[in-house]
Design a protein around this ligand. Structure first.
Ligand SMILES: CSC[C@@H](O)[C@@H](O)C(=O)COP(=O)(O)O
Length: 389
């Protein structure tokens, strides 16, 4: 069985409610852009590529049922307004804004075609949104392949262990995953000894979601808390020696500074200290050339209760009762809370950025040249991946 975060066919969109995982597998029907906005905001669906695709498809299902004007320009304006609304759901991941920009271009182009009318603009939009779901999987498979090859070269002829953070797998994308796709590729190549995943506080995407995917795919894996990462990297002589830390990204600035799940920055620092490679895996659409550096990235702050309250099934005498889900407070009442969802890792701590076209390393000037990503933003709908960088 393949893990599917997003189920779509024309006129119907379902998302796997990720707040219930790993204990309950429940799909939720998304009937339109408002449902899509709320599912993204509440993180029932999450991960940079997945939120862009769910936002795009939520509007596609709404348009199938809506009674719209026959006038192409009016329909185009309606779609643009809805896209502007969807972009407000979460600010940090650039994939959502990038998808909206491309879809606006599609409908504006379609509305100017000589024989255009309302239905033809809707069709152009729905086709382009559906294509985003398809091309994300092939991009991720290419990221997995290039990332695995790069890591295998660091430790030739040896099985490697890698550490990852947050969830970047099938649940965060249309399928296969980015950083978790690299782990899947290493496992498929029989060069993975063990994957380690952090718990990823405060929302536990690592222990709830990444661990769920690793167990599901029978990949040898171990869960650690975020605070154990440095101790793990210190195990130099051990057979569990970590070769690389591989993480995803919500936005890579033009200079390579990378916003990703809170806790990524401290992993990059400890990787540098311990001489462990630190890699970012992301499609080119996550590279935002308009954002000059990490200082220009808006970091989303989440409500305090996501840190101070935990939800889980009742547990007693070694038995988990899935029918009895409890919410418990794990912090002193009245304490102030700071809950940024992401942090920025400076480019100087990153050894390589794995994209669907290959792995980018720094040039002789010690800087990343990411201008090759420009093309990915200019394509209205991405064609399949070709070749290496
Ligand atoms: C392929 S997913 C890449 C990133 O979006 C991922 O690493 C991450 O930080 C997800 O954060 P989340 O808050 O769960 O949406």
């Amino acid at each position: 069985m393949v893990l599917e975060a997003i189920r779509y066919e024309q006129g119907s969109l379902q998302i796997l409610n990720q707040l219930l995982l790993p204990h309950q597998t429940e799909y939720e029907q998304i009937k339109g852009s408002e449902d899509g906005w709320h599912a993204i905001k509440a993180m029932r669906t999450r991960g940079a590529p997945a939120i862009a695709i769910v936002a795009a498809l939520s509007l596609a299902v709404e348009l199938q049922d809506a009674k719209l004007s026959e006038n192409a320009e009016e329909v185009s304006a309606f779609i643009v307004e809805k896209l502007n609304y969807l972009v407000t759901s979460r600010p940090t991941a650039v994939n959502l804004a990038d998808a909206a920009r491309k879809l606006k271009r599609v409908v504006e182009g379609a509305s100017k075609a000589s024989s255009s009318d309302g239905p033809s603009v809707v069709k152009a939009y729905c086709d382009a949104a559906a294509q985003m779901l398809i091309s994300d999987v092939s991009d991720n498979e290419a990221i997995g392949k290039y990332g695995a090859e790069w890591i295998e070269k660091v430790a030739p002829g040896k099985e490697v262990s890698v550490l990852t953070h947050c969830n970047t797998g099938s649940l965060a994308t249309a399928g296969y995953g980015t950083a978790l796709g690299v782990i899947r590729s290493l496992h498929a190549n029989e060069s993975l000894k063990r994957a380690f995943c952090t718990e990823t506080r405060p929302y536990n995407q690592g222990s709830r979601l990444t661990a769920f995917e690793l167990v599901h795919d029978k990949i040898p894996a171990t869960l650690i808390t975020d605070s154990m990462a440095s101790a793990l990297l210190q195990l130099k002589g051990s057979s569990e020696r970590i070769t690389a830390i591989v993480v995803g990204a919500d936005r890579v600035a033009a200079n390579g500074d990378t916003a990703n799940k809170i806790g990524t920055y401290q992993l990059a620092i400890t990787a540098k200290y311990h001489g462990v490679k630190f890699l970012v895996a992301a499609p080119r659409t996550t590279i935002d050339l308009e954002t000059k550096s990490g200082a220009d990235i808006t970091i989303e702050e989440r409500p305090g209760h996501e840190m101070t309250v935990m939800k889980g099934p009742w547990f007693e005498a070694g038995r988990v009762d899935l029918d009895h889900v409890e919410t418990v407070s794990i912090a002193a009442e009245g304490i102030d809370v700071w809950n940024p969802a992401f942090d920025v890792t400076p480019a100087e701590l990153i050894d390589g950025i794995i994209t669907e076209l290959g792995v980018v390393e720094k040039g002789q000037n010690g800087k990343f040249d990411l201008t090759f990503a420009m093309e990915a933003h200019n394509e209205s709908v991405k064609p399949s991946t070709v070749g290496g960088l």
